[in-house]
Design a protein around this ligand. Sequence first.
Ligand code: CP
Length: 304
Amino acid sequence: MARREDDEVRHLTDIPSLSDADLGEILARAEAIRRGEAPSPFPGSIASIFYEPSTRTEMSFLKAMDLIGAHPLRMLPERSSVTKGESPEETVKTLAAVGARAVVIRTSEPLLPERLKAIGPGIVNAGDGCHEHPTQALLDAATLIEVKGTLEGLRVLIVGDHLHSRVSRSSGRLFVRMGARVRLAGPAELTPPALAEALGAGLAEDLEGELAETDVVMALRIQKERQAIPLVPDLGEYRRVWGITKERFARHPDLLLMHPGPANLGVEVDGEIVDDERSLIRSQVRMGSFIRAAVLGMVGEASI
Ligand code: CP
């Protein structure tokens, strides 16, 4: 998270630039909002641009704006001058001229939010291609803290398409930083050892054996839309080898389940266990609004 000279938060584009102080403050503010404490009001407008589709991230950012009393400027790319070729830079400059103090952006282009930081409004990355999804990582960490009290010593297994996953990168990195023992599992072509090393995570080869040594399993979505060449040609085979099936989940009665959503039900996770009492999937979504309200509040305060 980038800070102003007077030490206020200006942008949130990735996890590595988030200081320990920022991290602690976001989690503390989100927890206070979750408990029902009124967040500081945000006197102004926040724009959102989702160049890529979203349900939970976009809706929870809008809910977050509501929680902090900000006026939402929801720009729909397909009904905007993006269709006439307007660039992200020109779009953000235009939204700033309209009065947006902060801009929430989702894009397929890695590092675009980083590039837009120089323009003026606070930039909040809502997912940039395969690069980062920092508010997802924060809500995932907050969900685990809510249930387990801490990430220190927690054994987390992330299973699936790490190659194309911004969630694996952001959440994996943050979990490790907060003291969890993280391992990545998945097909070799989707689980680069260099990525595991960069995150400070280990590699797991055999799902069944690994689950016996795991407290929390996070299944990742098979991202067909990001695979130019289909790397998972047989989804049934994928489920058999790497899926969190209802049978597998039942064999590990203390295991907790996470998934960032949207899930390919019956592929990486069975639909029957999404609402199991050991599933945190709905809690992750609920936590999203609180985390995003905390982040937007801090970015908004720095923009005044
Ligand atoms: N987890 C996540 O980013 O989901 P959406 O694409 O629905 O926002």
